[in-house]
Design a protein around this ligand. Sequence first.
Ligand code: HEM
Ligand code: HEM
Length: 179
Amino acid sequence: MATLTDTPLRYGLVSRIFHWGMALLFLCQFASAAAHWALPRENALLETLWSYHTTLGTTLFLLVLLRGLWGLSQLSNRPEPEPGLLGRAALLGHLALYALMVIIPLLRLIAAAGGTRGLSYLGIEIFAPRAEKIAWMDAAAEWHGELGWLLFFVVIGHILMAVVWHNRIQKDDTLRRMA
Ligand code: HEM
Ligand code: HEM
């Protein structure tokens, strides 16, 4: 029977919904970023994919905060990393994923808070437009795109480790405890 909370053998339902739900949303977010990077302006596909970037990015920011709190509450009873260097690398990899998932949207939100266009989320004004932008806040966004692509490549490494290394080569149950 699936439990809501984690156990040392398996991630529980809440952790798995966070993991796979957010994985799907990140796929959509990277699709919108890729369109922004690759497609010419004035393009219908770009407009569609770009139209949700801010809203989905802000949603992902809120979700990762909730997921982090949930993860902390489950810290003592979730599956432990395997002993040795690889286990430590996996832990560092997961911490890097969390750090990037927080920092990337946060930088853009700081820029929006100090910018001239303001920010609305689901029709609610979060930051009012300013007459003049605040330079240091605006500068926060400089690394948003680069770190966004870094996250993309860390995620690719994460997927390869889970599917190729653990599931195909080691044939252990790392993938199954999240599946
Ligand atoms: C975890 C969430 C997010 C991810 C993974 C992400 C990812 C990215 C990436 C990879 C790019 C670069 C696209 C390119 O190369 O052309 C980008 C650009 C952009 N993003 Fe995000 N983003 C996120 C959240 C947000 C949020 C919350 C906002 C607004 C509040 C936002 C606004 C923008 C804007 C305006 C650009 C174009 C200018 C720039 O590159 O800085 N993003 N995003
Ligand atoms: C096809 C895509 C994916 C697969 C197959 C996959 C697989 C896994 C597996 C098997 C684990 C458990 C690892 C362990 O117990 O040591 C895990 C954990 C984790 N994954 Fe993924 N993953 C995918 C996508 C993603 C994405 C897109 C992100 C974030 C952007 C992500 C972030 C994490 C994090 C932070 C953990 C640590 C556990 C937690 O706090 O949720 N994963 N993943």
